[in-house]
Design a protein around this ligand. Structure first.
Ligand SMILES: [Zn+2]
Length: 388
């Protein structure tokens, strides 16, 4: 009997969240809302292993004709083929080494082992063979998609396809593998290895997509001029979104990763203590509310102010922000510093001014966002009284 496969353990794994590049509904222009997790898996790329969490979105407008259409992230689908742990960049490198550099299977295997060694990862000879197969199938994608009846039915349901075009360079040189995908189904529609990126070459690459004869809703690609030109010539009326956002995000990636680890360290340090403190405060508040003496009532009010501070600290720890413009670690640190200053002030002013101090501070905590906007740290706030 075959032994069950042991899950691989990766030493350094950063999590990357992917959301659709389209943020508004192309039909009714309503802002799209998060819908479901499409996939959550580990992908090994030439830049190391990563944890990929891919979330789709839908139009929340009940009156919209395309409200049931789910949008995927073209960038997430571009990382790896469905059900593959090794990324598309590795698949393409294998194809390049084997077919263009004319290396033997053993040579390709050796090259990959060397590329993966810095991440304490390895690859078997059999896996290399499997990736080479995948590369060959990728280049024949156009043929298989034309005959796929099930896929056609999905396209009919979506009302057409949304194109994404990616150029991947396997090595320094002028060779580029272009992969054309439908963003709505994640299906590869065409792929070709070319040595020139002129408009005529891109148009030839897109010819199998034209031949599919399905409505094209729009296109997503980087801002390469020949790509823009080819799409404008083939589908003059469709919207074409260029992914400058992705350039920016990749450029900001190292800072964002450092920021994430800062946030994790802050959480590790503070989270449990804050939880315990909040539970303790809630118990004291409840006990105080059951008493009737005026002195105890005043104490309850003060405890409520502290409970609001504790909630604010927890909210600061839970801040989250997508790359490239939001840095949850920095925002959380700023927020905690504000809270610290405010607490020091509170201590200085003494008991009488406690409530006043909390009130003036509440106006300056814009960083609380949605989590904080529904509440002010008033001693008599309802959530506080129930210790939630
Ligand atoms: Zn809509």
């Amino acid at each position: 009997m075959r032994k069950p496969k042991q899950p691989r353990v990766y030493s350094e794994l950063t999590t990357h969240y992917f959301r659709p590049e389209l943020t508004v509904c192309p039909t009714c222009q309503t802002r799209l809302r998060r819908h479901a997790t499409v996939s959550e898996r580990t992908v090994i790329t030439l830049q190391g292993p990563l944890r990929l969490i891919h979330r789709s979105s839908r139009c929340p407008n009940a009156a919209c004709a395309t409200r049931l259409r789910s949008y995927r992230s073209a960038a997430a689908d571009a990382l790896a083929l469905p059900s593959f742990t090794f990324g598309l960049d590795i698949v393409i490198l294998v194809g390049h080494l084997r077919l263009t550099a004319h290396q033997t299977l053993d040579e390709v295997h050796h090259a990959l082992v060397e590329r993966l060694a810095p991440f304490a990862l390895t690859i078997s000879r059999r896996e290399v063979l499997y990736l080479f197969d995948a590369y060959c199938s990728l280049l024949q994608a156009a043929g298989s998609v034309a005959e796929d009846v099930q896929w056609r039915a999905q396209v009919d349901q979506h009302g057409g396809i949304l194109l994404s075009i990616d150029g991947i360079q396997p090595d320094k040189g002028n060779e580029t593998v272009y992969v054309v995908r439908d963003v709505l189904t994640g299906r590869v529609l065409a792929a070709e290895n070319v040595t020139s990126s002129e408009t005529a070459v891109i148009k030839r690459l897109l010819a199998p997509v034209v031949a599919l004869d399905v409505p094209v809703i729009g296109a997503i690609s980087d801002a390469q001029e020949s790509l823009e030109q080819a799409i404008a010539e083939l589908w003059p009326t469709i919207p074409h979104q260029t992914c400058q956002f992705h350039y920016l995000r990749e450029a900001a990636r190292p800072i964002h990763d450092a920021d994430s680890s800062t946030r994790t360290a802050m959480r590790k340090d503070i989270q449990n203590k804050v939880r315990e403190t909040r539970a303790q405060l809630a118990r004291h508040i409840q006990a105080g509310q059951e008493a009737t003496e005026p002195k105890t009532q005043q104490e309850v009010e003060q405890l409520c102010v502290l409970a609001d501070y504790a909630l604010s600290i927890q909210t600061a720890l839970n801040l989250d922000g997508p790359a490239p413009f939001e840095y949850a670690g920095i925002e959380g640190y700023d927020a905690l510093t504000q809270i610290e200053t405010s607490l020091q002030e509170l201590e200085k002013r003494g008991q009488q001014s406690a409530a006043r101090c909390a009130k003036s501070w509440s106006g300056s905590r814009s960083w609380l966002g949605d989590a904080g906007s529904g509440r002010t740290p008033s001693p008599r706030s309802k959530a506080c009284a129930t210790g939630s």
